[in-house]
Design a protein around this ligand. Sequence first.
Ligand code: OGA
Ligand code: MN
Length: 250
Amino acid sequence: MSLIAMSGIIRNVWKCSTVRIAICRYSSTARTETFAGYGEMKMKKAEVRDYIDASDPETESVIAEDVSIFENFLSEKEELSLLSEVEPRLKMMKYEFDHWDSVIYGYRETDKKDWNKANTEIINRVRELAFPPDVPQLTYVHLLDLSRSGYINPHIDSVRFCGNVIAGLNTLSPCVMRFVHYEQKDKFADILIERRSLYVMKGKARYDFTHEILPQKLSTFKGRNVHRERRIAIICRNEPIEGVEEKTPS
Ligand code: OGA
Ligand code: MN
């Protein structure tokens, strides 16, 4: 079954009390890491200090461990190439604005299995970097088009429909992704995802924290305004893993 045939169930829907955070963040020292990667490619991860703004050192280290950002993963030409293939599909659909209390607001989404040659190479590069070679991946890539006023509320992707790694290409606009611990709401971290970057989320960030994409009004990072425009995420996931328990936020 395709991912979007199951639309709505990929994300667990619940009413999270919206945590709008006004707690002092501490400032960390710079740390540069290289990402092991699973393919031949070795890419330099962005410096932790540059893309994470966390509530406390422990949360920073959990999120730094389990969320990687690869800045400029796509060249401008590659971004254009992907967009020219996904736009015609997305443009056939209408943005959904009705359900203001649902997980996503102001969006349209679909999924895609077959890509042209140039784009297949890009998608394979994502897959090789983000997933170990023996891990079965969903063949469908998820395309999520958030309008300028769109946003994604806090949620954890359902363990019934996807595995332990989520890898997303962020096109057209920068955004802020917020992680909040599913039980301890005072543990949180904002991640700045620049245009044309790839993020890879796994482990505790994927299972123990909700994630959300902030609306334009709230898109600030370390006090700076982040100019959120329409954004299209191109997301690869692996197949669900048996025996993983669903977490329900308190
Ligand atoms: C989702 C999601 C993140 C993104 O579709 O479940 O969290 O990058 N998307 O748009
Ligand atoms: Mn999600």
